[in-house]
Design a protein around this ligand. Sequence first.
Ligand code: PLP
Length: 314
Amino acid sequence: MNNIDIFSPIYKLNYTINKNDIYIKREDLIPFSFGGNKVRKAKLFFEEIESNKHDYVVTYGSSSSNHSRVIANMAKSKGINCTIISIEGNNHTFNSKLVKMFQTNVILTKVERIKNTINFVMNDLMHKGYNPYFIQGGGHGFFGTKAYVDVYKEIILYSKENNIDFDNIFLASGTGTTQAGLVIGSLLNNDNINIIGISIGRKRTYGRQVISESIYEYLSKTKQIFSKNIINDKIKFLDDYLLDGYGSYNEEIIKTISNVLNKEGINLDTTYTGKAFWGMSEYINKNNIQNKKILFIHTGGTPLFFTDLGRIMK
Ligand SMILES: *Cc1c(COP(=O)(O)O)cnc(C)c1O
């Protein structure tokens, strides 16, 4: 894993929405554990874990969590112990099955007991003589943000090499650091690309607040300053396509997933990328955006495509 230089392709789809060119960045093709944005983040977290000689990694996520799968797989591949705290009563997904396959220590708990469970697990491990490292859900934190500041450089490089100026970037936005990193990348590049996060779980106010905190954390650690207004204007986080919240989907999302697979051979899922792709299409049509160059970040989640397939396409 340490030897893999992570890079993902960008290319133009045949698929158009309201006369806009749609490009895609295939983060789902990153060559580790079925890919996705969580691999980018995990790589940086594990560099920290290894350089500080931690011997145990602890994190949490829902049963759909791509983050949990990637952390469990990376810990396994490096021979580092791993505990995943997961929410009980969730539906089983291929992600949760994979986590078990890595012989990870899984602790099931209720949502409202997550914080206590984390404290208990961390204290218990330290008591037993381990040097554990805790990663917040979704790979939240400085390294999660940094991963996508770096990705933005790949996008700039592609734009320059191919002489393509993107007007908008759309992505599925969850715990926020993917979007925070891209926003910082755009600020540092001094461009005016609209980065539009389609919320897959959070309401607007809270979602924006967390993204903005991640931006300030990164800027303060790297000693850079931007005005509050500039930062606020840059955060575009839409909760209009949430439906009933995290994990919920409708017929249109399923149609979108099937369309994109049929026309482009690309897998999306109902929780993250399919919801975001659908939200993006709705937004473009509603605002009658035309003749623009739009980049969709495929943030991964391949195992969830198969979970969906089993649930929906019986
Ligand atoms: C986690 C995840 C996201 C959201 O990324 P955040 O950095 O948490 O906002 C989007 N898509 C997929 C497939 C994910 O696994």
